[in-house]
Design a protein. Structure first.
Length: 112
């Protein structure tokens, strides 16, 4: 008896989902990386991130400095965004008060 061979079409979305779930267990590391780059699939959340600067101590120090600088910039950016989000609330309260005064003055009329 012959084995039936069934051809299927794999979409990008299904391949990405499969890579996320199983992590390319049956693929060689080079193949896994190639497919992930080609499809734009991310690593599984539990996967360890490779550290690329372990050979050179000088490079490791430089990479750590870049990480710290980036973190500080992100922290400052978040603080600026939080300040901007709080500023309109204060401005709207001031404009509400101003509008209230203007309405009261209009009710009194120009001669009073």
């Amino acid at each position: 008896m012959k084995k039936k061979i069934v051809g299927t079409t794999v979409t990008e979305a299904s391949a990405q989902a499969l890579l996320r779930r199983q992590g390319g267990r049956q693929l060689a590391p080079v193949e896994d990386r190639l497919i992930r780059m080609r499809l734009g699939a991310s690593q599984p959340r539990q996967a360890r991130i490779e550290w690329m600067g372990t050979d050179s101590e000088e490079l490791a120090i430089e990479l750590r400095a870049i990480e710290i600088e980036t973190y500080l910039k992100l922290k400052a950016h978040r603080a600026r965004n939080a300040a901007r989000a709080a500023a309109p609330a204060v401005a709207s309260a001031a404009s509400r008060t101003r509008d209230k005064i203007v309405r009261a003055l209009r009710r009194r009329g120009p001669n009073r």
